[in-house]
Design a protein around this ligand. Structure first.
Ligand code: UD1
Length: 375
């Protein structure tokens, strides 16, 4: 039986790794990795494959950047012939990026079964491109693997039959647990004992140049108290340049996008993390590091209810106050969410193998919820 994994962007790669490793234990499963090429810089893609030991992708569609429609359409155009030729028994897609939704759409039209890893998360904010990708992918998937129970609840509310939904826990945490010892060894000798770690890349934040400038001003205020380390996503670097901000005149320590192991080490030692990323909200919760999220909502509410995450909104002054509180030692009590235990990839592999073996047909037509419930 053949399983094809389709990935494209940085946050997909750490979710892919544990599933590939777990499926490799089944001798009758042949795996293919198809990279769409949505992310193409060495430090946004290749270095993750190297560090996570996944091996190079079997196919790279090299779609590159573009508008949302261009990128999504290009992925579909280039993926369709590959899947028509290979006809895998199952395609696994990951997360919520354009590559995820484009691949699910191609598979659904070809009648190829799709499994979605990290299903059911909702921010309820359709201004986020990722939310549209989540909704489309979940509606088209035959198997939905959720990281937290809020995902199951969201899917049930949207009429997805419970037989398709599997609460397996968080695959990102599988990778984090496996790589943490290496990450701790990777820390530079001269790393300051206290520092703040910042990542910002959401279009809703960084494309808003006045907001970006004000937020950098707020961060700058704290550089007298402790160093502020800021690995720059390519989009953020471009926007800072567009805003005419001269990084050389700032005390912020701007870094290149960090490889997985180095960034994990930086998170694990940080006094405080400020972010608008999804995955970092989860990683800081597991690591018990305070996290301030500069967004109005999160598709990962469990990091707020159970974890260290605090939603600050897009308000630079509210951010300044929250940083002050955190630096004065105010901390949320946190627990690790259920099934974030390092074995999610194994649970996915077990379900995949049993489902492929049973040769259930691809999910072909939407079932009205009433019919599915027999009412
Ligand atoms: C994508 C995901 C987002 C994820 C993020 C992680 C979607 C809709 N968004 O956003 O959910 O959190 O990846 O990084 O899929 N660029 C480079 N080199 C690269 C890749 C991108 O320079 O290797 C630049 C290009 O100028 C490009 C811009 O970054 O236009 C944005 O890249 P894109 O893949 O469109 O989306 P991200 O903002 O990275």
């Amino acid at each position: 039986m053949q399983v094809a994994h389709i990935v494209g962007a940085r946050p997909n790669f750490m979710k892919l790794a544990p599933v590939v490793r777990a499926l490799a234990r089944y001798p009758n499963v042949e795996q293919r990795i198809i990279h769409t090429g949505q992310h193409y810089d060495f430090n946004m893609s290749d270095v993750f494959f190297q560090q996570l030991g996944i091996g190079a992708p079997d196919v790279n569609l090299k779609v590159g950047s573009g508008t949302h429609a261009q990128q999504t359409a290009e992925i579909m155009l280039r993926l369709e012939p590959v899947l028509m030729n290979e006809r895998p028994d199952l395609v696994l897609v990951y997360g919520d990026v354009n590559s995820t939704a484009a691949a699910a759409l191609v598979c659904a039209k070809l009648g190829v079964r799709v499994g979605h890893v990290e299903a059911g998360l909702r921010s309820f904010d359709r201004a986020m491109p990722e939310e549209i990708n989540r909704l489309i992918t979940d509606q088209l998937s035959d198997l939905l693997f959720t990281p937290s129970q809020d995902g199951d609840e969201n899917l049930s509310r949207e009429g997805v039959e419970s037989s398709r939904v599997h609460f397996v826990g968080n695959v990102m945490i599988d990778t984090l647990q496996r790589m943490l010892p290496k990450a701790m060894c990777s820390l530079a000798q001269d790393l300051p004992s206290r520092y703040m770690l910042v990542t910002l890349h959401r279009p809703s934040n960084v494309d808003d140049l006045p907001w970006l400038a004000k937020t950098l001003d707020v961060l700058e205020r704290f550089t007298g108290t402790l160093p502020v380390l800021f690995p720059l996503h390519p989009r953020t670097r471009e926007k800072i340049q567009q805003a005419g901000i001269d990084l050389r005149r700032r005390n912020l320590r701007m870094l290149e996008p960090q490889p997985y192991i180095q960034f994990l080490g930086l998170q694990a030692r940080a006094s405080l993390v400020i972010t608008d990323s999804g995955g970092i909200q989860e990683e800081t919760t597991f690591l018990n590091i305070p996290c301030l999220t500069v967004r109005d909502n999160t598709e990962r509410p469990i990091t707020v209810t159970c974890g260290t995450n605090e939603l600050i909104g897009r308000n630079p002054e509210a951010l300044a106050k929250a940083v002050e509180r955190a630096l004065h030692g105010e901390r949320k009590k946190s627990i690790i969410p259920p099934l974030w235990d390092g074995h999610s990839g194994e649970r996915i592999a077990e379900i995949v193998v049993s489902r492929i073996s049973s040769r259930s047909p691809a999910y072909t037509s939407p079932q009205p919820r009433e019919a599915a419930l027999g009412t």
